[in-house]
Design a binder for this molecule. Structure first.
Ligand code: UD2
Length: 315
């Protein structure tokens, strides 16, 4: 049995990781400040985990959280492009300062490895598709810059202090429990819940922008593989974690019409500041070095997600 610290455990990715680890009989500690996480996401596993309501900016609390831990899965973040455009200082504080605090604490506690939730936004709007890890990053939004800075800190802490770190560049992760309620929520959580209510979603721009949407179970699997992958193959490196297929928002809307039985049309609004047009990953590096394979397809993930919102009444 290994022990894991999950930052952002009450978020939808953090709580999915926690459920999987609990199911595997691992020891789980989690922190969250409920900036974006929700208590109900961890309610059913609360008796199986050690939960601490803490902020990443509290270095002493981070040191205590890292004590005695084998692996740190760092998911805590303020994850929104438009929110970061409105509040770059807040984005930097949570996503960069919080990450550096955690790294210092993990280094001092001599944890075995830190896995970091990086973002595909690091690639920016570069026309090359598929995006591969050898490409020069070109972040646009403050959020993308902050997430990329976190990656560089991961690599720096490996190079300077020998702390083992792996950065996973998530491509638009979606799934059950993703918060649909904020104007900054991920597009699929918003669209699914609106359409289940019979309300019209708004597509920003012409809807021809595309994303490599990644079902949350695939991201969970990638984290667990990254913990155990051989040092020489994984550590100090950055990996794309995605499905390896892109769909446009217009195509996605049509699929969701079938799944939610919503018959209306979308509203088309102005394109969003800081948005990027197309995103599609080359996942061969993660396949080769981590043994990663996206087990759940986009359509299957969408079906499971709609089913979860419908059956849990969370819309
Ligand atoms: C970025 C990252 C993603 C993750 C995420 C965290 C890219 C390609 N992806 O996601 O990996 O880090 O940030 O937040 O940079 N949209 C609408 N209507 C809505 C909401 C969104 O049309 O009501 C559009 C939006 O303009 C964009 C697409 O849907 O073109 C996806 O938006 P999103 O906010 O779900 O995610 P995105 O791509 O900014």
């Amino acid at each position: 049995m290994s022990s894991y610290l999950i930052t952002g455990i009450a978020g939808f990715i953090g709580s999915a990781l926690a459920r999987e680890l609990v199911q595997r009989g691992e020891q789980v500690r989690g922190i969250d400040n409920f900036a974006t996480g929700k208590r109900e996401n961890i309610a059913e596993i609360l008796s199986h985990i050690e939960f601490r309501e803490k902020d990443m900016l509290d270095l002493e609390a981070m040191k205590q959280a890292c004590a005695g831990v084998d692996y740190v899965l760092h998911q805590a973040a303020i994850p929104s492009v438009p929110k970061s455009v409105l509040d770059p200082i807040g984005s930097n504080r949570a996503n960069v300062d919080g990450t550096v605090n955690l790294l210092v604490a993990a280094r001092d506690a001599k944890v075995k490895r830190v896995i970091y939730a990086a973002s595909s936004s690091a690639y920016g709007d570069t026309p090359t598709l598929r995006k591969h890890e050898r490409m020069m990053p070109d972040p646009i939004s403050p959020y993308a810059v902050a997430k990329l800075a976190g990656e560089h800190y991961m690599i720096s802490f490996y190079r300077c202090y020998g702390l083992e770190t792996v950065a996973l560049r998530y491509f638009n992760v979606f799934g059950p429990r993703q918060d649909p309620s904020s104007p900054y929520s991920g597009v699929l959580a918003k669209f699914i819940t609106l359409m289940l209510k019979g309300q019209q979603p708004t597509i920003f721009g012409d809807g021809e922008q595309s994303r490599d949407f990644t079902y949350v179970d695939n991201a969970v699997e990638a984290n667990l593989l990254a913990c155990k992958a051989p040092t020489a193959l994984a550590v100090g490196k950055v990996f794309n974690i995605a499905t390896g297929r892109r769909v446009t928002l217009n195509e996605t809307f049509k699929l969701l019409q079938q799944l939610t039985s919503y018959a209306g049309a979308p509203i088309y609004g102005p394109a969003r500041a800081g948005d990027i047009k197309h995103s599609l990953a080359d996942i061969s590096l993660a396949e080769k070095h981590l043994g990663y394979k996206p087990k759940v397809s986009f359509e299957e993930g969408l079906r499971r997600t709609v089913e979860w919102y419908r059956s849990s009444g969370n819309f």
